[in-house]
Design a protein around this ligand. Structure first.
Ligand SMILES: [Zn+2]
Length: 309
């Protein structure tokens, strides 16, 4: 009997044909024998409220000498280019693209439909061009808006644009199976199966932290899998304190290290972090724990250079 997935259920609502048989090939293709697990702090920087948040976030990173990748939308950067340059030009940081204006590059069963090809092109090209112009260094990475449970597998049209625009890696696998939360601890892989062996996928892990706090006002939703592959990472209610959030983060950090994964990176949004925890206590708790555990602080760019050789 065929299993009916959330994608298929939602497909009718979205007016799309369900994507059947998503490839679940080996996730470690091309990886050499493992080094110490990298810890990557990363931020999806995407709205006007992110600027004040980034000022605080950058202070914490500089004080603790913690690298980070800031995925930023072109619109957000364009609105405050001078200030973002001052904050993020630091060699501690990688600046990568979070598209031009946060439009979807493929359908997501919970978040909506992809925009037409011409707009997808703008989302990819225009953001990278602006980042390179402002920061005067290469922008090699893309985190698409909202992310997907099947990454860009089978999306040859998007992968062709990604390559043409000059990106070397994408971080698009940001949901668990069947569009669930949390995103599991998936390993990097390349898109050779789709004909793009030079384009790498570097997944994000855990919760989109805004959902843990009900910051999208989604309320109660069908978000988790049953049975859950990570029940210890699913709190019984929305988190209330920075300590609550840290207790979930540590599950991912410790499991990644235990499994000797290439990396672990949680999905964070400056606007959401700042409204919940303006002192950024959660960052301090998480970074201290990452160091204590012996994780290797990195950027996505560092991870890309390692896996791509
Ligand atoms: Zn986003």
């Amino acid at each position: 009997m065929n299993r009916v997935s959330r994608r298929e259920l939602m497909g009718a609502a979205l007016g799309t044909v369900a994507v059947a048989g998503v490839a679940r090939g080996p996730m470690q293709a091309g990886l050499s024998p493992r080094r110490r697990t990298r810890y990557i702090a990363a931020y999806d920087t995407e709205s006007p409220a992110c600027l004040a948040a980034c000022r605080r976030i950058v202070q914490v990173h500089r004080r603790l000498e913690m690298p980070a990748t800031f995925f930023i939308t072109g619109r957000t950067l364009e609105a405050n280019a001078g200030e973002y340059k001052e904050l993020l030009a630091d060699p501690l940081f990688e600046v990568a693209s979070h598209t031009w204006s946060h439009k979807l590059l493929r359908d997501n069963a919970l978040c909506g439909r992809a925009v037409p090809a011409e707009q997808r092109k703008e989302e990819l090209f225009r953001s990278r061009e602006l980042i390179e112009r402002v920061f005067e260094r290469p922008c090699v990475g893309l985190r698409p808006a909202v992310g997907f449970d099947n990454a860009f597998k089978g999306a040859g049209d998007v992968l062709a644009l990604v390559r043409e625009a000059g990106y070397r890696y994408v971080s698009s696998l940001l949901w668990g199976p069947d569009c669930s939360m949390p995103a599991l601890l998936e390993e990097p892989f390349h898109y050779g199966a789709d004909g793009f062996a030079d384009v790498w996928e570097l997944p994000g892990h855990g919760w989109h932290e805004n959902l843990l706090k009900n910051h999208n006002r989604w309320g109660a939703r069908r978000l988790t899998l049953w049975p859950s592959p990570m029940p210890e990472a699913i709190p019984a209610r929305f988190v209330k304190t920075p300590q609550d959030e840290f207790e979930i983060n540590r599950v991912f950090l410790e499991k990644a290290l235990e499994a000797n994964q290439a990396h672990v990176s949680l999905i964070w949004h400056p606007w959401s972090l700042f409204s919940f925890d303006p002192q950024m206590q959660m960052l301090e708790l998480t970074f201290a724990h990452a160091r204590k555990q012996g994780l290797r602080p990195s950027t996505y760019g560092d991870l890309f250079r390692e896996v791509a050789g």
